[in-house]
Design a protein around this ligand. Structure first.
Ligand SMILES: Nc1ncnc2c1ncn2[C@@H]1O[C@H](COP(=O)(O)OP(=O)(O)OP(=O)(O)O)[C@@H](O)[C@H]1O
Ligand SMILES: [Mg+2]
Length: 461
């Protein structure tokens, strides 16, 4: 008697057009793209009445007034800046992804959090990358100890699920190192990472368990890393900084329970990670005001405002196309601002290489930094330093106009607090902060060319 063939448990689906095949293919036969076939799990469709066109609807629409909710139950992590970035603490039953470059300190941060939470709750630290003794060694180095902190060295997600018990908080270190037996692809592949994360999400939501998931960011644009998971997570945090430098920045890029603009500043020490609350001079250099090419701007990150220095360097292009390079600032923005300065202020950049860097490894995405980038570039081009106690902010349009930005008052207040004496700001923002004019000289500008005059830059010098 012929036996019934077994249904396949996985299939390969093109990540671009959705073409499905039973085996892996190098080139998608449908859309013709190479290396886009990813393994996915085939869920067996049960004999559902829906197939016969009969609805089994168990839910019904409710009027908004009748819908109630519980206030988020937030736990403190023991690290103030970490709580701030999460929006005021860890929400029970949430899924938090912590992404970052290898060696930046992800395991260190979550070990400290786990040890603190372990004082009152049962915490499980699943270490798929390091042995339990390595984690214990780190705990000893960090000087943390906890009654209810359990360590598990396991890579199979099904076994992790079986070992959860009554744990309230679970840390997975890292998602690239765990695998599910239902897929045959290697741990760390897109299919594995996505399937494991989906499994963790189901556990988190049904059992009210809080998950912290560590994910590595790869240099190639995070192919199998956190990027493919962001949509199923409640909160996505990125741990950044230069590993040679001991300061680290934690940024929320998505948060269902708080602002996604929040930034936390940490210091990496021998005894672990420490919150830095006094970051006044952190993003400023000592050569400010002496060397040409640097400008300071008050930048908003969530609920806080920080003064950040933008440094630029202009050098003659030796051969071929001039180079433009930006660190911490959007590359396209830099190219546009260079064009604006060329056209509206007559500063030639066509035969110069331009390099821009935001100090302290911070990333500036706000439009308010435009005018500061222009000031720094003009300062470098004219070899005229900007005074140490002058700050600049404002958005720059393609016609060279300076537009007002959000949180004007907050920015002015931060400059006053930091001891700045002069502030160049959009003319339209002046009204909102006139009450500070006794404390700081406010210089309104309507066009980029006025900023040039205010800072005494001479384009043809
Ligand atoms: N014995 C030590 N003394 C001082 N600092 C240490 C010591 N061991 C590690 N560190 C610091 O901890 C950092 C690594 O931290 P951690 O292992 O938490 O990073 P990670 O992001 O989890 O890395 P990985 O990608 O390997 O998992 C190192 O860059 C180093 O600065
Ligand atoms: Mg680690």
């Amino acid at each position: 008697m012929a036996t019934k063939s077994k249904t396949p448990t996985s299939q390969f689906v093109c990540s671009i057009c959705g073409y499905a095949a039973a085996k892996w293919l190098g080139k998608c036969p449908d859309c013709g793209n190479f290396n886009t076939m990813q393994e996915e799990l085939v869920r067996e469709a049960e004999a559902s009445p829906l197939r016969k066109g009969v609805s089994t609807m168990k839910t019904r629409a409710l009027p908004l007034k009748q819908i109630g909710y519980e206030k988020f139950d937030r736990m403190k992590s023991g690290i103030a800046e970490f709580d701030t970035v999460l929006g005021g603490g860890i929400v029970r039953g949430s899924l938090v992804l912590l992404g970052g470059d290898p060696g930046i300190g992800k395991s260190t941060l979550l070990t400290q959090v786990a040890a603190h939470l372990g004082q009152t709750k049962k915490v499980l630290y699943v270490s798929a990358e390091e042995s339990c003794s390595q984690v214990k060694m780190r705990c000893d180095r960090l000087g943390v100890d906890s009654e209810n902190l359990y360590l598990l060295n396991e890579t199979c997600i099904e076994d992790v699920e079986a070992s959860l018990g009554d744990s309230e908080v679970v840390i997975i270190d890292s998602i690239q190192a765990v695998y599910t037996e239902t897929l045959s692809s290697a741990a760390g592949s897109v299919g594995q990472v996505r399937e494991c994360a989906a499994k963790l999400m189901r556990i988190a939501k049904s059992n009210n368990v809080t998950f912290f998931i560590i994910g590595h960011v790869t240099k190639e644009g995070a192919l199998a890393g956190p990027k493919v998971l962001e949509h199923i997570m409640d909160t996505v945090l990125y741990f950044e900084g230069q590993s040679e430098d001991h300061y680290r920045i934690l940024r929320a890029v998505k948060n269902r329970f708080g602002s996604a603009q929040e930034v936390g500043v940490f210091e990496m020490t021998d005894s672990g990670i420490r919150s830095v609350s006094d970051y006044g001079e952190l993003f400023l250099s000592e050569t400010r005001g002496i060397a040409a090419g640097s400008a300071v701007t008050p930048s908003i990150g969530g609920n806080r405002c920080m003064n950040v220095e933008i440094q630029t360097l202009i050098s003659r292009t030796a051969y071929g196309m001039p180079r433009r390079m930006s660190l911490g600032v959007d590359y396209n923005k830099l190219v546009v601002l260079i064009a604006v300065l060329e056209k509206r202020c007559g500063i030639p950049f066509f035969s110069s290489d331009v390099y821009v860097n935001a100090m302290g490894g911070i990333r500036l995405n706000e439009p308010s930094v435009d005018l500061a980038i222009c000031s720094a570039l003009a300062s470098a081009a004219t070899d005229t330093p900007i005074d140490k106690y002058t700050a600049v902010f404002g958005e720059v349009g393609l016609t060279g106009e300076v537009r007002s930005v959000a949180f004007t008052e907050k920015r002015v207040l931060e400059c006053v607090k930091a001891g700045f004496k002069r502030l160049i700001l959009p003319a339209k923002s002046l009204k909102a902060c006139e009450k500070y004019k006794d404390k700081i000289e406010l210089v309104p500008v309507q066009y980029v060319s006025q900023m040039m005059k205010a800072l005494q830059f001479k384009p043809n010098a």
